[in-house]
Design a binder for this molecule. Structure first.
Ligand code: NAD
Length: 351
């Protein structure tokens, strides 16, 4: 058995259909009296519903959360929190909304309650990102780790199939990389394998039947495991590449994960045979990377960087950026190999 350090900070998870009904009780439990409720403009009905449930504990709303936590939004959100003298933040939505909540908690240290409605997994991590210009800086701080997470499947039913599939692939990517980072351990590997199993069996059902409660719950359970693995095991090539591509070429977050994952797995497969065996077992296949490509296709996720709007002339630059600021990966970062990976992802070739 590998030697390891097991260090997952305690946090509270309330999981189950209808669990949003416990929001008032959960905020009270944190000793808070003035909650700021955060959402994107398109999910503001969820924020208003949460305010109704909180009654006297609701200090007000901030419904301008946007993707990638740009600094101007962060400043506006922090101003709103200060004006309202909020002592707690309730972020209800996807990773973008939870990112907005984290950016306020980072400044004040007040508790954050996350109510996720996608499968991105941010709610289980102490990782935050703030974008200034074209540069998204990420960091880790326990202040941004939500104190309580409420997973209510009913809030995910409206997530469209074309968002659900890539969002689920984003969660699978956390599990995949968590199997081979240096921080992994046997418990995280159990979580990662079960996360992959739950997501791989539920996502194809969700894409066909978006209101299937069983499948949606299964995916939410998988996303919880995936977020936990991401927060504790960290990341390697796949996440770094997606981060570079998203930041430099403005590609959409979850869809980029869905395109890159099979290719990053193929790149790492010989250097991480045990991880690939666990993934293949979880999927019930022989070749993990090919099966991941096929799963993304079954989910109708965009197959190629080309389809996401990546310029072909950007491939050299992306390969160059991926080898700058080197980081650990099971297989060393080789420019030619990365260029080939990106070329394959650009054209959407099966590994
Ligand atoms: P997102 O939050 O932007 O949501 C994707 C889309 O789904 C949006 O259009 C949103 O309006 C819509 N949506 C969300 N919930 C919905 C619902 N219930 N019904 C209908 N539509 C709904 O995207 P995301 O993929 O969840 O998160 C991406 C962001 O999160 C990125 O900025 C990424 O960097 C960040 N992220 C951070 C971490 C972390 O650990 N810090 C982890 C994963 C992702």
């Amino acid at each position: 058995m590998i030697p390891f350090v097991f260090d997952i900070p305690a946090r509270r998870v309330v999981f189950g259909r209808g669990s949003i009904a416990r929001l008032h009780e959960e905020v009270t439990r944190l000793g808070a009296r003035r909650a700021l409720i955060i959402s994107t403009p398109s999910e503001q009905h969820l924020a208003k519903d949460a305010a109704g449930r909180l009654g006297d504990l609701a200090a007000g709303l901030f419904t301008e959360a946007v993707m990638h936590t740009p600094i101007d939004m962060v400043r506006a959100a922090r101003r709103r929190a200060a004006e309202l003298r909020a002592d707690c933040y309730v972020a209800i939505g996807g990773g973008s909304t939870i990112g907005a909540g984290k950016s306020i908690a980072l400044e004040t240290g007040n508790p954050l309650v996350a109510v996720p409605t996608t499968y991105a997994g941010s709610e289980m991590t102490p990782i935050y990102g703030i974008t200034e210009g074209t540069l998204k800086k990420t960091g880790r701080d326990d202040k941004v780790l939500p104190k309580t997470v409420i997973y209510d499947v009913d809030l995910t039913l409206s997530l469209p199939p074309q968002v659900s599939g890539p969002s689920g692939m984003n969660a699978i990517a956390h599990c995949v990389e968590g199997l081979y980072t240096r921080e992994t351990n046997p418990i995280l590997q159990l979580m990662a394998a079960d996360g992959i199993r739950a997501l791989a069996r539920s996502l194809p059902v969700i894409v066909r039947e978006p209101h299937n409660i069983e499948a949606r719950s299964d995916a939410q359970y998988g996303a919880w495991l995936a977020g936990t693995v991401l927060g504790a095991a960290g990341t390697a090539l796949h996440h770094k590449l997606c981060h570079t591509l998203g930041g430099t070429f403005n590609l959409p977050h979850a869809e980029t994960h869905a395109v890159i994952l099979p290719h990053a797995m193929a790149y790492n497969s010989e250097a991480a045979p045990e991880a690939m065996r666990i993934i293949a077992d979880a999927l019930g296949v022989d070749d993990a990377a090919r099966a991941m490509y096929d799963l993304a296709a079954r989910l109708n996720a965009p197959p190629s960087l080309k389809q996401l709007g990546m310029p072909e002339e950007g491939l050299d630059r992306a390969a160059q950026l991926a080898t700058e600021n080197p980081y650990w990966n099971p297989r060393p970062l080789e420019r030619a190999g990365l260029r080939e990976l990106l070329e394959n992802a650009y054209h959407g070739r099966r590994p």
